[in-house]
Design a protein around this ligand. Structure first.
Ligand SMILES: [Zn+2]
Length: 82
C-alpha cells in the first residue's frame, strides 16, 4: 500500500516492516543484510557510494551554494528510485 511515494512511502515502509526492526535498503528498499548494513548488498553500497562520489566530483568544492544545490538534486534523485 504505497500511495504518493516520496517521504510518505519511506515512513510507511519503515513502519510496515515489523520483522526485525531493520530499515529497508535505502537504494532498492529490499531487506538489509547485516554484512552490508544499512544496505542489502555490496552492490547497493557501491551505488550509494557512487552517488556521493559523482556529487562531489560534479561540484566545484569551494562554492557552498553549488554544493547545496547538488545535494538537493541528489536527494530528489534518491526519492525517485524505487
Ligand atoms: Zn539494495
Amino acid at each position: 500500500m504505497v500511495a504518493g511515494g516520496g517521504l510518505l512511502s519511506q515512513i510507511g515502509l519503515s513502519f510496515d516492516d515489523e520483522s526485525a526492526g531493520l530499515m529497508p535498503c535505502p537504494i532498492c528498499k529490499d531487506e538489509t543484510a547485516t554484512d552490508h548494513s544499512p544496505f542489502c548488498s555490496r552492490r547497493c553500497a557501491d551505488v550509494d557510494l557512487g552517488r556521493w562520489l559523482n556529487g562531489s566530483y560534479a561540484v566545484p568544492s569551494d562554492d557552498p551554494e553549488d554544493t547545496e544545490r547538488a545535494m538537493e538534486e541528489a536527494a530528489r534523485d534518491a526519492s525517485k528510485m524505487h
